[in-house]
Design a binder for this molecule. Structure first.
Ligand code: GLU
Length: 452
């Protein structure tokens, strides 16, 4: 990377020096910094007040041991994390990820992204993230519960409705949030609903929270398509993953008249020319917790593509839109080129940082609409913000009302990104729009609050 601005360059070098080996964190910072020379030219006060240096240093990082006992009576040890990144705009807010690949650097990359994503929603939310290298796959309900209870036994010291509000992410859904909230309630003797989001509907949850990230991704993409006079109606779509985000992205694409011809899991992809049967996908992946190949085996015209990613399906079928909804760095430069060569019109990140920097460069260099994750997938955390509002007012909203609010927020994010890109002389560049709009909101609040 050749930096165009000296302040940006020296700050990035400092990030590399201070956080050795945390490559995903470096990548997330580099991606935001790449847009910041434009801002610093207009606002030298950000440089004078060391905002770049401050914004890259989490306010607090908590790393802890999580001991638990498995069903065989064996003692297991995992590592727990909570990185409280930035609270200029509100209490720290962000999910917990339970996955064997989770390291401190992973949580820092996710927390850093979260700061700007939350700022883009326009809601009063700071940014944080947490998780553990615990792998819920193959664990019984009892094991997952004991792990969650042990995890919360440490975490409860650090969170609260006005302090830090966790939620789900990969490996953490309603079941885990339930065990975590139950233990928090027991330890604190408080029914503090607003301490965690992603709760079940009967115990303080929001009706739209499970759908929110996937639906929001599709709402944002629809707005991008509109700028080219297109829509999801009749569009052919690839969605990577088959978890929560992918599932509800597929559902909304189908409601808007599109056909999702492929999805995937870590074992391979499925090509289903007739369009994904969501009920069957749910049965295989969520109920049976099986493999995507089982889905293909039960669908007449579907084919399992062993060990490849879903972007390869573009070699079999025409594809208009690609929605990476699985995990970080799942779509690389070669995949991007493959999609561009086959005429993809729009790519939007439902997951956090799913496109490598090379892939992003390919999309931005071609005439492709590219929506970065911090804007595209902000519907999840935005709906968490709505859940906090309901909890604070002891209210329960309807599905329709919540979806309308989500749609409005996603429209607002799209307009903010588009207007900011325009203002900074890069019309249509959602990467610049999202980075600059998110950064400016946080930076202005940090300046207002003084050196803290
Ligand atoms: N984990 C989600 C994200 O990446 C949601 C976080 C939340 O709801 O707090 O934005």
């Amino acid at each position: 990377m050749t930096w165009r601005n000296e302040t940006v360059r020296t700050n990035f070098e400092e990030v590399l020096r201070r956080n050795p080996g945390e490559t995903e964190f470096h990548q997330a910072v580099e991606e935001v910094f790449d847009s910041l020379d434009l801002v610093l030219d207009k606002h030298p006060e950000y440089g004078d007040q060391s905002i770049l240096e401050r914004i890259c240093e989490p306010e607090r990082q908590i790393v802890f041991r999580v001991p638990w006992v498995d069903d065989e009576g064996k003692v297991r040890i995992n590592r727990g994390f909570r990185v409280q990144f930035n609270s200029a705009l509100g209490p720290y807010k962000g999910g917990l990820r339970f996955h064997p690949s989770v390291l401190l650097g992973t949580v820092k990359f996710l927390g850093f992204e979260q700061v700007f994503k939350n700022a883009l929603t326009g809601l009063p939310l700071g940014g944080g993230k947490g998780g553990s290298d615990f792998d819920p796959k193959g664990r019984t309900d009892g094991e997952v519960m004991r792990f969650c209870q042990s995890f919360m036994t440490e975490l409860h010291h650090h969170i609260g409705e006005y302090t830090d509000v966790p939620a789900g992410d990969i490996g953490v859904g309603t079941r885990e949030v339930g065990y975590l909230f139950g233990q928090y309630k027991r330890l604190t003797h408080r029914y503090e609903s607003g301490v965690i989001t992603g709760k079940g509907i009967t115990w303080g949850g929001s009706p739209m929270r499970p759908e929110a990230t996937g639906y929001g991704t599709v709402f944002f993409t629809e707005h991008m398509l509109t700028t080219r006079g297109r829509s999801f109606d009749g569009a052919r779509v690839l969605v990577s993953g088959s978890g929560n985000v992918a599932h509800f992205a597929i559902e909304k694409v189908q409601q808007l008249g599109g056909t999702v011809v492929g999805c995937s899991d870590s074992s391979g992809a499925v090509y289903d020319p007739a369009g994904i049967d969501l009920e069957l996908l749910h049965q295989v992946k969520q109920v049976e917790r099986g493999r995507i190949s089982d889905y293909a085996g039960r669908r007449a015209d579907a084919r399992f593509l062993d060990g490849v990613n879903v972007w390869q399906v573009a070699g079999e079928a025409e594809v208009d839109v690609a929605l990476p909804c699985a995990t970080q760095n799942e779509l690389d430069g070669a995949d991007a080129k493959f999609l561009v060569d086959r005429g993809v019109l729009a790519v939007a990140e439902g997951a956090n940082m799913p496109c490598t920097p090379e892939a992003v460069a390919v999309f931005r260099g071609a005439d492709v609409l590219f929506g970065p994750g911090k804007a595209v997938n902000a519907g999840g955390v935005a709906t968490s913000g709505l859940e906090m509002q309901q909890n604070a007012s002891r209210d329960a909203w309807t599905h329709e009302h919540t979806e309308a609010r989500l749609a409005e927020i996603m429209h607002g994010i799209h307009e903010r990104c588009a207007a900011t890109a325009e203002e900074y002389g890069r019309p249509g560049d959602y990467v610049v729009g999202a980075n600059v709009a998110g950064f400016s909101r946080v930076a202005d609040a940090m300046l207002a609050l003084g050196v803290v």
